[in-house]
Design a binder for this molecule. Sequence first.
Ligand code: NOJ
Length: 586
Amino acid sequence: MAKWWQECVVYQIYPRSFQDTNGDGIGDLPGIIEHLDELKDLGVGILWLSPVYPSPNADNGYDISDYHGIHPDFGTMADMDRLIEEAGKRDIKIIMDLVINHTSDEHPWFIKSRDKNSPYRDYYIWRPGKNGKAPNNWTSFFGEDCWEYDEASGEYYLHLFAKKQPDLNWCNPKVLEEVKDIMRFWLDRGIAGFRCDVINILYKTSLENGRKRLALTGLEHYLTQEGTHEILRVLRKEVLDRYDCFTVGETVFVTPQTAWELCDASRRELDMLFTFEHMETDQHYVKWFKRKFSAGRFAASISKWQQAIDWNANYLENHDQPRSVSRFGNDGPYWAQSAKLLCMLLLTLRGTPYIYQGQEIGMTNFDFTGMEQIQDVESHNIYRLAKCLHFPEALRWRMIRASSRDNVRTPVQWNSGPNAGFTTGKPWLGVNSNYTRINMESQLDDPGSIRNFYKAMIALRSGSDVLKYGSFVPLVRGSGIFAYRREYREEGLTVLLNFSDKARKVDIPGIAADGQGSLLDTAAGTPDTAGENANNSNSFRCPVLSNYDRKVSGMDGAAFNGILQPYEAIILSDPAKIKSGEKSNE
Ligand code: NOJ
């Protein structure tokens, strides 16, 4: 039986950039409450809040200094309780970010751990240096060394992210006890689960030198270790199983096999995972070296994961990834069409869909022109590193421009007023100057807007067993076309997506009819595997929903003629079912 979190659409809020209500330029919890009705209207069932805990903000909240509190920038615990309650009244659940690979260096545990004799010393990974150098050769996710020397105690501590994010020592059972308490604290307040930050790197099996790699030397000693599986099973059994909640893990460098081990229902670890492979199809090795987007590569990766894992956490954007319309679509002449195409992709895959704030109005990458406008610690580290490596300035900026996380962190564009209606003060990060054209207010009442396409797609999904529970059957990918079917019991839907700025004929036998009502004579394309019902009919498939102004008419309207317009996206019904009394010709 399906679980409630399999039937909902999740909406991610990056609170700093969502809505400010007190004029300090930083989004806050009352700002989220203000927009709950709108989110309900969109059809969202779950909100994921990026961290709202106290934090010195070295990494915008992913460096937590108190797991039991609310950052004053965001409001108070009373605001948080009110948010949970008000969301609940609208049948919206809240999940929080659980960041337990590391804390802030300003967390009291870490401050105490600086003393060699403190019982907290062993909460972190402290080691003496080797021959005056760091304890091993590992490198960090943020492009810097991952050991920091502490003068006072004469040892180094490990940080796989920024130096203000010391890694917890998961070999110490006390850390596990502390985390259980933290999770219970929030679940008891009424939240419905956690998004678990970099959850598959918790346990470090050894601190030996790693095999030299271009990035992340040392990875083999901590990536998806048996110790991490054990921790997840304990948290599940001793905490999560006692609540009606779910977990979604952010998991780096997983293969279908390791992903399965982390999230298959029978293993009782995580409920679903964010994987990265589809997000890496437009890069060479690391995200700073971009390569041209290829719809074929992208579709191949999505197809692979759709078939490998029973239940995926599907996403095209989050607070770490550039805007999808700028990246996989076309933020120029086909901005609206391609944003809607990406919406259709996201909402027709098997798994739980995650929408990132602003995605539903087609927000684009930032329009910044220089490093002084960038806030993100990762971008600054990489820029510095590239400078040390003598990369020319223009190339360095190009790397940041294309891949910086600030692309997606600019404030939500609510209206065409000052600061896009985000704040009455000075926004903590610049507002994209396209806000007069791209904003929520202008889209809410426009039936043809991207936002209302999201609303229609969410409604379609929530009323469709095929879209919610159906299997995924790839049909065709190539020449910019990605086509697949969803099948459930006797029902089926076909999704056709044209990722190119040219009209394209879809070469799938039996999928299209010409104006006269006979099947188009299509040269067979390059089907991956055809769905059972894909080519065995000579009745017509009709658009159920399209991002173009087509007549959509369920089972008995105009047949699809096989031509997709630039960035067109269509869902086709299966051939009309034979009504009782009529004879089947199949
Ligand atoms: C993954 C988070 O999504 C990212 O924003 C953060 O910087 C790192 N984990 C470290 O917590």
